[in-house]
Ligand binder design. Sequence first.
Ligand code: GDP
Ligand code: MG
Length: 180
Amino acid sequence: RKTVIVPEKLYKVIIIGDPTVGKTSYVQRYVQNSFKKDYKGTVGVDFALKVLQWSDHQTLKLQLWDIAGQERFTQMTRVYYKDAHGCVIMFDLTNKNSFINTLKWKNDVDEKCQLSNGNPIPCMLLANKCDLPHRQVEQMEIETFYKEHNFIGWTEVSAKEGLMVEDSMKFMVDMMMKQE
Ligand code: GDP
Ligand code: MG
């Protein structure tokens, strides 16, 4: 009998975007499958760990780094981005400014952070709060934007309703695994 030992992989994923777009709620939904209505701004950085049974003999650990929005574009982000394998950039579909600012976040990441092989880290664009009416961003606009700025993909999500939360992270993991 042979025992196959596959080393456990650890991936660091950073979740960034303007304050109140739903980063903390997304992480909470993904890791604990819960949603809290009251808003408590994140202070500094929150970490969450999720262990995934990826296949029969492969476990993955995902370390999710949930940054506070007020840290943006300071030297702090460099420390925060260090050694990340993947990045989620989130905006709120009902807040146009948060969409416009995703480009600043994308540029900030690309400037300060690369994979060990020199490639830019895979960034996925997430359009949160798709459960709400009164959208300020059109799908077509997002579609053009994500291609133009080299995101690996985009999707609408709702941390509140748990829509596309699992699927989006699964996509992220697939892309990170392909980078090796
Ligand atoms: P963060 O600052 O980006 O971490 O945002 P939070 O996760 O703290 O969420 C900010 C506010 O948006 C809170 O009041 C959340 O309840 C609300 N929120 C987050 N995600 C959703 C969502 O998918 N739908 C709706 N309707 N509200 C959301
Ligand atoms: Mg937060």
